[in-house]
Design a protein around this ligand. Structure first.
Ligand SMILES: [Zn+2]
Length: 230
């Protein structure tokens, strides 16, 4: 008779309470960026957080760590979004949904908003290569909407440069981002192999600067000019 297969995870998972000691504990408010409204806030627990012990994720398997699980609520009254947080004594180790990089969708077309949102969501979920791919796509779409022509993304960005005010060194530094490589061969999967959290974040920050210069600054300038006209 075959015994049922035993589930053996490759890696210990903080979502699972191995030793199951549970008790009510008081936890302080946590400062996090809300994954729903993207505002920074002090999140208080809903009800009493529970503590549980398990073998340490970050230490030898023989050690036991205590984690605290809580559901917390966004203090922004327009949001009130719920977040599930696992902490140890040093602070949060998991936040679900994950915290997202801040971004401003003002002035963007729905297509650009969606692409930027997906890039940020991929970054938040730890899918860094996917985030970099979405940033590349965002830049392609921006060039498209602004009729910036060229045989590759790099040339199209150079063409876009005439339409926006961005520091010259920033344009030059763009080439350092592997995901934005300036010929088609660089776009192949290989170029994405070594993209980690930092490069993904830098790609998104760069895209945010371009978006700001192209759409948001123009909106501010138009409002200021309208003010002068009245
Ligand atoms: Zn919120």
């Amino acid at each position: 008779m075959n015994s049922p297969p035993t589930f053996v995870p490759d890696e210990p998972n903080v979502f699972r309470a191995e030793l199951g000691v549970s008790q009510e504990v008081g936890r302080n408010a946590l400062s996090i960026r809300c994954p729903h409204c993207r505002e920074l806030g002090s999140f208080n627990p809903v009800g009493n957080p529970r503590s549980y012990s398990k073998r340490g994720k970050f230490g030898p398997n023989t050690s036991t760590s205590t984690y605290y699980a809580s559901i917390r609520i966004c203090p922004n009254v327009k949001c009130r979004g719920l977040v599930f947080i696992i902490e140890d004594d040093n602070g949060p180790v998991e936040i679900e949904p994950p915290q997202l990089l801040d971004f401003n969708p003002d002035g963007l077309s729905p297509r650009l908003q969606q692409t930027l949102k997906e890039a940020v969501a991929c970054h938040g979920a730890g899918a860094y290569r996917a985030a970099a791919m979405m940033v590349r796509r965002l830049l392609e779409e921006i060039c498209d909407e602004n009729k910036a022509a060229g045989t590759n993304l790099h040339q199209r960005l150079v063409s876009l440069k005439t339409a926006i005010i961005l520091p010259e060194p920033l344009f030059e530094a763009m080439n350092e981002l592997k995901a934005l490589g300036n010929d088609a061969a660089h776009i192949e999967a290989k170029a994405y192999d070594n993209i980690g959290a930092d490069e993904a974040q830098d790609s998104i920050e760069l895209a945010k600067e371009i978006v700001k210069a192209l759409y948001q600054l123009k909106g501010l300038i138009a409002r200021l000019q309208a003010r002068k006209a009245t």
